[in-house]
Write a protein that binds this ligand. Sequence first.
Ligand code: ADP
Length: 163
Amino acid sequence: MGVTAIYPGTFDPITNGHIDILLRSLRLFDHIKIGIGPNPKKTALFSLEERIYMVRESVRDISTVSVEAFDGLLVDFARKHGAKVIIRGLRAVSDFEYEFQMALMNRKLDSDIETVFLMPSEEYSYLTSSIIKVVGSLGGDISTLVPKHVYIMLKDKFKDGKG
Ligand code: ADP
């Protein structure tokens, strides 16, 4: 059976920073379930289907990672999959306040579930999906910051003028 951890996020789109955190969490847990959720505060560039596709394609060679969309409370999603661990990445101090608030709220909602924070490699510590979208839309080179298929899909989005 082993221990399952949930790695939730918007993944709009998935970046090499997300993948860095995922690979680190695989060193600690037996199975990672990536939960692709809505983010009420952000309007997504990619549809849910596109985000699922991009994440699935990024982890297709890792048999211990699965991907699923979720709606509603993260603790309900975790419970549904028998997971007692939530993984979050911490970049700079600026992530801390929001992450702290979310972790404590999730603990209040379900005290059996622990949030575990992992730090990415320094080279990804400034990387966010938002900055990828801004730089990409202005024609900057983001080819080393996202998986190849994501890079192609981003280029395609901006070419259409949808970004
Ligand atoms: P973002 O915050 O980039 O919009 P998500 O909402 O998809 O991304 O974030 C999902 C999780 O992945 C969060 O815990 C976030 O802190 C983490 N994460 C995203 N990018 C990175 C990165 N470059 N390094 C470490 N963690 C990251």
